[in-house]
Design a protein around this ligand. Structure first.
Ligand code: FES
Ligand code: MG
Length: 577
C-alpha cells in the first residue's frame, strides 16, 4: 500500500535534518550526542512518540516499555523514532481535577509536535484525560497520527469476586457509611482493586476513550481492550510503530480520518458500549479542533436510539478483561454494522468495516447481539429546559428507570464545601423523593468541572436502603459512576445560569423521555433572583488557572478554550537561531 500512494515531496523533518548550513549543523549535531548514526538523518520519516508516562499517572506507568515496542516497529519500517514527554494527567492524584489541565496538556502536545522535526506521531495515552488532551493537540497540528492506548488493568479480585475500578469504590464507600463492611475490608480492597499496570478496567472514561480511539479509526483494530499487561498490547505497539511510518508515506493525515462520519460512528459505538458521559465533552472538543461540526444535540439525535450491547460496569456486570476475551470492540463494531458509516477510513488504511466485519464474539453474556440488546435505547439523553437552556446530559443506561420521570423538592448545596459540610447532617431536611442540586462545579466555577456530579447520597437516605436519587449539577461524573445523575448543566451556575438561582424547596421536574429539565419557578421570580445574584469572586488572578477561567467555553461546546478551537497546521516559518 505504501508504494502506490507514496508522496515524493521531502518530508517535514527535512526542513531540519536535510539542511546544509549552520542550522543543519545545529539541528543534527546535538541529536548526535545520543549516539544516533548518520543514516538516521538521510530523509527517512521521523516519528514522534508522544509519551504521557508518569509515576504520578499510575494508569500510564508502563508507557516507557510500550514506547520501546513502538520504536521497534518504527525502525523495522525504516523510520527514525524519537520519544518525547508531554504533560501527563492522572485522574486520581491531580487536584482540583485533571480536567482543569486537559486543555493545557493539549497545548503542550500541539506545540511539542509542531515545533519539532516530526513527520508523524504516535500518541501513547491511557488515563482519562491523556487521550483527549493528546488527540486535541495533535489535531491542531494535523500530521499523520496514530493512537496507542495503554490498556486496562486486569479485573479487580476481592474476596472471591470481581470488582471494578471506581464503580466499586463508590459501592464500598456507601457500604462503609452504612456499616455493611468494616474499615479493614475497605483498606484491603485497595490492593485488590488495582492489581496490575493499566487504566481503570470498568467502562469508565479511560476505557471509553480507548474505544472512541478505535471507533474513530484513530487506533489499530483491538486497541481498546487488550489488557495493559497482556503481551498482545506490546505487539500492538510494535505494529503501530510499523504502520505510522507507512501513514507518513501515504500522507494519511488526521483530518482524513476524523470526519463527521467518524464522529457519528463514535457516538453510536459509545451508546453500544454504555460509555462515559465524559466522552461527550472530549469528542465535542476534538471535533472543534479538527473542524468538524458537531453539537451536543447530535449525541441524542445520533446515539440515543442505539442499543446497549456491552455488559460492563458501571452500566452492567463485567470488566474490560472479560470484554477483551469476548472479542473486544471489533465484535461490537461488527454487531453495530447496520448503524455505522462502513466506509470510514482508519489508521491502517482500511475502512472500519473491512477491519471488523468478520470479528468473532466469544461470549454473548458480555457482548450481546444487536437483535437481543441489553437495553434497546442506550445512548446519552440531552435535556433542555429553563434549568439548562444550552443543554444537560444524563446517561439512561446507568440511571434508575423509576426516576427518569420525577418531580421533587430541591435540596441545594451552594458549592462542594457546603455539600461536604451538610450532606450527612441528621437534621438535613431531605428524603429520597428530593432532588439534590450542587452548584459551582462547572468549567469556570470549580474551576475545571470535576467529577463530583454523582454525589454520595445523604446518610439518612442511604440508611433506609435507598441507593439512588435524582442529582443535578454543572459538573461531570466519573465514567465509572452510576445513578440518575443530570450533568453538564449549561450555562453553568458560576456565570449566572439558572442553576445558580435554585433555592431549597423549589420544585424540579426531570422528564427524560421528553428530554425536559424544568425548574418550577415563575419567570418573574427567576428575574427577581437573577437581579440579586452575585457572581462568585475569582479564586485566583494569576497563572494557568486564570487563563483557563477567562477562556474556557461551556460544557455544551466541549469545555475547550475559545482560542484553541481549530488548527494552526504544521508549518513554522522561522528557525531557532
Ligand atoms: Fe486513570 Fe481511571 S484513574 S483511568
Ligand atoms: Mg474518571
Amino acid at each position: 500500500m505504501s508504494d502506490e500512494k507514496s508522496t515524493t515531496r521531502p518530508l517535514r523533518s527535512h526542513e531540519w535534518f536535510g539542511r546544509h548550513d549552520k542550522m543543519g549543523f545545529i539541528y543534527r549535531s546535538w541529536m548526535r550526542n545520543q549516539g544516533l548514526p548518520d543514516h538516521l538523518f538521510d530523509g527517512r520519516p521521523v516519528i514522534g512518540i508522544c509519551n504521557t508516562w508518569s509515576e504520578l499517572t499510575p494508569c500510564n506507568s508502563h508507557f516507557r516499555e510500550l514506547a520501546e515496542y513502538v520504536k521497534r516497529g518504527v525502525y523495522e519500517a525504516g523510520g527514525f523514532p524519537v520519544e518525547f514527554p508531554v504533560m501527563s494527567l492522572g485522574e486520581t492524584l491531580l487536584k482540583p481535577t485533571a480536567m482543569l489541565f486537559r486543555n493545557l496538556a493539549s497545548m503542550d502536545t500541539e506545540e511539542s509536535i509542531r515545533g519539532n522535526p516530526i513527520d508523524g506521531v504516535v500518541l501513547l495515552c491511557g488515563c482519562d484525560k491523556t487521550t483527549p488532551s493528546t488527540m486535541m493537540g495533535a489535531a491542531s497540528v494535523g500530521l499523520p497520527t496514530l493512537v496507542v492506548s495503554g490498556g486496562p488493568m486486569l479485573n479487580g479480585k476481592f474476596c472471591g469476586r470481581d470488582i471494578g475500578s471506581g464503580t466499586d469504590v463508590w459501592r464500598f464507600t456507601d457500604d462503609l457509611k452504612t456499616g455493611k463492611i468494616t474499615d479493614t475490608d475497605y483498606y484491603f480492597a485497595e490492593s485488590c482493586m488495582s492489581r496490575s499496570r493499566g487504566h481503570c478496567m470498568t467502562m469508565g472514561t479511560a476505557s471509553t476513550m480507548a474505544c472512541m480511539v478505535e471507533a474513530l479509526g484513530m487506533g489499530l483494530p483491538g486497541n481498546a481492550a487488550i489488557p495493559a499487561v497482556d503481551a498482545r498490547r506490546r505487539s500492538l505497539s510494535h505494529h503501530a510503530g510499523r504502520r505510522i511510518v507507512e501513514m507518513v508515506k501515504e500522507d494519511l493525515t488526521m483530518d482524513k480520518i476524523l470526519t463527521r462520519e467518524a464522529f457519528e460512528n463514535a457516538i453510536r459505538i459509545n451508546a453500544a458500549i454504555g460509555g462515559s458521559t465524559n466522552a461527550i465533552i472530549h469528542l465535542l472538543a476534538l471535533a472543534g479542533r479538527i473542524g468538524v461540526k458537531l453539537d451536543l444535540e447530535d449525541f441524542d439525535k445520533i446515539g440515543s436510539e442505539m442499543p446497549l450491547l456491552v455488559n460492563l460496569m458501571p452500566s452492567g456486570q463485567f470488566l474490560m478483561e472479560d470484554f477483551y476475551y469476548a472479542g473486544g470492540l471489533p465484535a461490537v463494531i461488527r454487531e453495530m454494522g447496520d448503524y455505522l458509516h462502513k466506509d470510514a477510513i482508519t489508521v491502517n488504511g482500511k475502512t472500519i468495516w473491512e477491519n471488523n466485519q468478520s470479528a468473532p464474539c466469544y461470549n454473548r453474556d458480555v457482548i450481546s447481539p444487536q437483535a437481543e440488546p441489553l437495553k434497546p435505547h442506550a445512548g446519552i439523553a440531552v435535556l433542555y429546559g429553563n434549568l439548562c437552556e444550552n443543554g444537560a446530559v444524563i446517561k439512561p443506561s446507568a440511571a434508575t428507570k423509576e426516576l427518569m420521570q420525577h418531580r421533587g423538592r430541591a435540596v441545594v448545596f451552594e458549592n462542594i464545601e457546603d455539600y461536604h459540610a451538610r450532606v450527612d447532617d441528621p437534621d438535613l431536611d431531605v428524603d429520597e423523593t428530593c432532588v439534590l442540586v450542587l452548584k459551582l462545579v462547572g468549567p469556570r466555577g470549580y474551576p475545571g468541572m470535576p467529577e463530583v456530579g454523582n454525589m454520595t447520597l445523604p446518610k439518612k437516605v442511604l440508611d433506609k436502603g435507598i441507593t439512588d436519587m435524582v442529582r443535578i449539577s454543572d459538573g461531570r461524573m466519573s465514567g465509572t459512576a452510576y445513578g440518575t445523575v443530570v450533568l453538564h448543566v449549561s450555562p453553568e451556575s458560576a456565570i449566572g445560569g439558572t442553576l445558580a438561582l435554585v433555592e431549597n424547596g423549589d420544585m424540579i421536574e426531570l422528564d427524560v423521555p421528553n428530554r425536559r429539565l424544568h425548574l418550577d419557578v415563575s419567570d418573574e421570580e427567576l428575574a427577581r433572583r437573577r437581579a440579586a445574584w452575585q457572581p462568585p469572586a475569582p479564586l485566583t488572578e494569576r497563572g494557568y488557572v486564570s487563563l483557563y477561567v477567562n477562556h474556557v467555553q461551556q460544557s455544551h461546546l466541549g469545555a475547550d478554550m475559545d482560542f484553541l478551537r481549530g488548527s494552526s497546521g504544521s508549518q513554522v516559518a522561522r528557525d531557532s537561531h
